[in-house]
Write a protein that binds this ligand. Sequence first.
Ligand SMILES: NC(=O)c1ccc[n+]([C@@H]2O[C@H](COP(=O)([O-])OP(=O)(O)OC[C@H]3O[C@@H](n4cnc5c(N)ncnc54)[C@H](OP(=O)(O)O)[C@@H]3O)[C@@H](O)[C@H]2O)c1
Length: 179
Amino acid sequence: MIALIVARAINGVIGKDNALPWHLSADLKYFKAMTLGCPVVMGRRTWESLGKALPKRLNIVVSRGPRPADLSEVVLWVSSLQIALDLANQEGLASGVDKVFVIGGAQLFAEAMPMADLFYLTVINQPIEGDTYLDLDLSGWSLMTATEPTHDEASGLPYWFEVWRHPKHHANGDLKGMS
Ligand SMILES: NC(=O)c1ccc[n+]([C@@H]2O[C@H](COP(=O)([O-])OP(=O)(O)OC[C@H]3O[C@@H](n4cnc5c(N)ncnc54)[C@H](OP(=O)(O)O)[C@@H]3O)[C@@H](O)[C@H]2O)c1
């Protein structure tokens, strides 16, 4: 299965200055819990914003450019989303994992959304200033779960977690969309 995971403010903002425009520790923990053990696919800019590989996950970076010569981190560097999904599929078959996460940013989300089965959305119920936006059209998607709205103690930000499923994209739990 192809899953997307994103935290998004209600005005569509997901990033600012190639970083997250908020600090939401519950969301970082949620992201870790959901993605641990699964391959993660990200755009080059998101890779640069992370700065290091996410541990205990196969990290795959998508870029049209060459792998930086000085890159010592254990990441796969590939030239298209499809290649990334194919490699994630191979890894999944080898390790018994049935899910790959596309973890951003906006460019990768836009490309992956039409083939995704699951969408893990953290709703930040407040407009936030930023420079990277994710447009969302969830027609055809079904809301599976939503947690109760709550507030982050440190920042006061209101948020909740939603999981959406796309029945037409969803195909019996296999890594559909991967060749
Ligand atoms: N809120 C969240 O959940 C969340 C999650 C992740 C990221 N973010 C934020 O989002 C922002 C970054 O997002 P972004 O949209 O600017 O960048 P991005 O999607 O992370 O990366 C874009 C880069 O990926 C490569 N790429 C994209 N599509 C490609 C394709 N079809 N084939 C080959 N390479 C492709 C290109 O790299 P090259 O230029 O090297 O060719 C492109 O410049 C940051 O602010 C980050 O903090 C937020």
